[in-house]
Design a protein around this ligand. Structure first.
Ligand SMILES: [Zn+2]
Length: 121
């Protein structure tokens, strides 16, 4: 039996337009961006990283083509996904806010919460 003999797979859900948070392998920082294009039927995606707020844009924002395998990458230590995807920028920003609050802003009783992550871009 080969891969082409099975039933026709349902049309895949495109991730184009989704916003992402890419966590670093050590969970200490992350980068923000958006999926802007699809290559080879969803096997690869074109992504763009957000420039820092207020950065003077004298060049196009950096683009990268990454494999769907990378998007599904998990931490080798704890199994946490390194990429978090959000359908709207609002959802993504809410997530970032939640993860980058200073420890002093935590409500009482929140001891043991992880330190805020550093936004790299
Ligand atoms: Zn981990």
């Amino acid at each position: 039996m080969n891969a082409t003999s099975g039933p026709t797979p349902a049309r895949h859900t495109s991730l184009v337009g989704w916003w992402f948070v890419e966590g670093s392998a050590d969970h200490q920082s992350f980068r923000l961006g958006q999926i802007v294009g699809e290559v080879v039927g969803g096997m690869f995606y074109m992504i763009t990283f957000q420039l820092a707020q207020g950065a003077e844009v004298t060049y196009p924002p950096p683009h990268e083509v990454i494999s769907i395998v990378n998007l599904n990458e998990k931490c080798a230590h704890c199994g946490e996904r390194l990429w978090d995807l959000f359908q709207t920028r609002e959802d993504r920003d809410a997530y970032v806010l939640m993860n980058s609050q200073s420890p002093n802003a935590q409500p009482p009783g929140a001891q043991g919460a992880p330190p805020p992550k550093r936004v790299l871009n």
